[in-house]
Design a binder for this molecule. Structure first.
Ligand SMILES: N[C@@H](CCC(=O)N[C@@H](CS)C(=O)NCC(=O)O)C(=O)O
Length: 213
């Protein structure tokens, strides 16, 4: 029987990793469809009919036929439907949502952009890289300050805020950022990595399509 969820993405994609990590942490097996983005598969009508933004990830929930886009929205959907990591109270859920918005506003954009330049996927003048790096570091400072004396971003346990933001922090080294400069973030990242079901970026998403194990 096919798995309930089918994740479409590419192994180098941080947003795809976030969704895969959530599914892994909740113990939900998923089929995986590798998208050949080099050949523009994500801009073809067949894919655009399911993912209107022409981006990865796309998550299909076969139990109800939903096509889900935007990693943060997908994490919220999974938390709601699977009843895990959503936050214990309305106030916690509000704070979780704040972090999801903040992530894409302040952290993910510059850090992912610094990373693709650093690893050579994109070409850019040094000052562009430095600009992204400075913005990412400013965001990391905010995160580090918030995590002082706290185990998790919101409340007393893991939420999708942690999963979402870990999905960016996991690429800090590749972006040229030393997490040792942010000791509270580094300690929190280790807590995420110790969660049952955790898989690192290199081991979670395969390089080709595969059915759930
Ligand atoms: N806000 C989106 C961002 C997704 C995103 O930027 N995906 C990249 C790959 S990591 C992509 O599909 N890029 C191709 C494009 O935008 O045309 C999310 O979180 O899902």
């Amino acid at each position: 029987m096919p798995a309930r969820f089918e994740l479409h993405g590419i192994f180098v994609s941080g947003p795809t990793y976030k969704v895969g990590l959530m599914l892994s942490l909740v113990g939900e097996p998923f089929d995986y469809a590798h998208l050949n983005m080099m050949e523009g598969e994500h801009k073809q009508p067949a894919y655009l009919s399911k993912q209107r933004y022409g981006q990865v990830p796309l998550l299909i929930d076969r139990s109800n036929g939903r096509y889900l886009c935007q990693s943060a929205a997908i994490l919220e959907y999974l938390a709601d439907t699977l009843g895990k990591f959503g936050g214990a109270t309305l106030d916690e859920r509000l704070q979780v949502r704040e972090w999801l918005y903040w992530d894409f506003d302040r952290l993910a954009g510059p850090l992912y952009k610094a990373r693709v330049i650093k690893i050579g996927i994109r070409q850019a003048p040094p000052e562009v890289y430095e600009d992204h790096l400075a913005s990412a570091k400013a965001a990391l400072k905010v995160l580090d300050t918030h995590l002082a004396g706290r185990d998790w971003l919101v409340g007393e346990g893991t939420t999708i805020a942690d999963i979402d933001i870990y999905g960016v922090i996991a690429f800090a080294d590749a972006a040229g950022i030393d997490l040792a400069e942010y000791p509270n973030v580094a300690a929190w990242a280790k807590r995420v990595e110790a969660l049952p079901g955790f898989k690192a970026t290199g081991e979670l998403l395969p390089k080709s399509s595969r059915e759930a194990a």
